[in-house]
Design a protein around this ligand. Structure first.
Ligand SMILES: *Cc1c(COP(=O)(O)O)cnc(C)c1O
Length: 395
């Protein structure tokens, strides 16, 4: 695929451009590199890239499974026609299981009550629910506490022997896989191996045992097991930026999201002019500022005021002053661009434009949050740089 899928179609106001070719390419490269079946995680609207569209592109790239948090996300994928293996892991006590079981979704049980609920749903439908068991190996978030694990596994085995459920997987989740210096991951792998031994002893023979997210899959080959649950890397974002020994630089993954806007206004300001609310930036000399029609209502991090930059007229231009609800002021220096010119907030970085990671650093967060929160009044537009020719158009 093209290394620089910079979308250059005519632009109205502001938009989020998603390159489906990048998602396909990333999934297929990851599969090739990891040599392990892949579950592409498309929760939270595909990390801001679109649940259904990201799911479809991931399947085309070779995703063996899709993974989501909520029941609604899983059902939306089915409603859109996805018929492949699909795991959901955050099903609420209040949510009925029948619809999920009827839609052939693998569901996750954390507790005895979950198992009973899924078995009852299967009974009502005359089907055998596919259930995965999650064990907490140290994150202290979802999953059965290790102390409760033997009981959960024991009941699962009884229900399976009765034909009331089928245990398709056993899994857990890392707490700090992006930090190779943290001993937590090795410890979690050890606890997971013990949990698997308990399950095996009880007679369970799950299809898949899985532990690793993107960073775990990339940085810990020992954690790849039968399946890896890859979220952020799918979208071309490094889960562990700058970590020594990471295979990331050689993988050639491409960020799939570009956020762009039209310059609303360009004007000169005098030395001494204070910019945006509370004048947190004051011009030391005359300069040209541009107005960008997106703000924190679109999910731009307010903390990135005076820290982030955008790409206009072939250069990075610093954000000046506070980020407002609907707009941002940028410093265009001596550029002579006119209103209507293109502003790239973030993109692949191939031309020098900032990336989602740059925005994450400017607002002291992680790129996951940057791409997942973007939206507001902006719409997504899908392109496919393997088949579209629109990039490179209007220069
Ligand atoms: C979100 C999530 C993932 C994906 O994590 P990445 O770091 O984005 O790869 C995997 N597993 C679970 C349980 C998750 O909640």
């Amino acid at each position: 695929m093209s290394p620089s899928p910079a979308p250059r179609a005519p632009l109205r106001r502001a938009e989020i451009v998603i390159d489906l070719a990048a998602i396909r390419h990333n999934v297929s490269r990851l599969k090739e590199h990891l040599r392990t079946p892949i579950m592409t995680v498309v929760k939270a609207d595909g990390y801001g890239h679109g649940l259904v569209e990201a799911g479809r592109a991931a399947r085309e790239g070779g995703a063996d499974w899709l993974g989501v948090a909520s029941a609604d996300e899983a059902l939306a994928l089915r409603a859109a026609g996805d018929g492949g293996r699909l795991l959901a892991w955050l099903i609420m006590p209040s949510e009925p299981a029948e619809e999920l079981v009827a839609a052939d979704i693998d569901v996750t049980a954390y507790t005895i009550a979950d198992l009973e609920k899924f078995a009852a749903a299967g009974d009502a439908l005359g089907r055998t629910p596919r259930v995965q068991l999650k064990v907490d190996t140290g994150l202290s978030r979802g999953g059965a506490a290790f102390a409760d694990w033997a009981k959960l596994v024991g009941l699962a085995r009884i229900l399976e022997a009765e034909g009331a459920i089928r245990v398709t997987g056993i899994w857990s989740h890392f707490s700090a896989s992006e930090n190779t210096a943290d001993p937590a991951s090795a410890l979690q792998e050890k606890v997971f191996a013990e949990a698997l031994a308990v399950a095996e002893e009880a007679g369970l023979r799950p299809e898949v045992r899985h532990l690793a997210n993107s960073a775990g899959a990339l940085l810990r080959p020992s954690a790849r097991l039968d399946l890896v649950r890859v979220g952020i890397a799918t979208y071309g974002i490094d889960p562990a930026p700058g970590v020594e020994g990471s295979p990331w630089p050689e993988l050639g993954l491409v960020p799939a999201m570009t956020v762009r806007a039209e310059l609303a206004l360009v004007k000169r300001i005098e030395a001494g002019a204070g910019v945006s609310y509370n004048h947190t930036w004051v011009a030391e000399e005359p300069t040209t500022v541009g107005l960008v029609p997106v703000g924190y209502a679109e999910g731009i991090q307010r903390r990135s005021g005076n820290r982030a930059s955008v790409w206009v007229d072939g250069a990075r231009r610093p954000v000046r002053g506070t980020i407002c609800m609907d707009q941002i002021v940028v410093d265009l220096g001596d550029s002579t661009v006119e209103p209507g010119a293109e502003v790239v907030l973030w993109g692949t970085g191939a031309d020098g434009e900032p990336t989602a990671q740059d925005w994450a650093e400017a607002s002291e967060t992680i790129a996951y949050e940057v791409v997942t929160r973007i939206g507001g009044r902006m719409k997504r537009r899908y392109i496919d740089t393997d088949v579209d020719t629109e990039q490179g158009g209007d220069q």
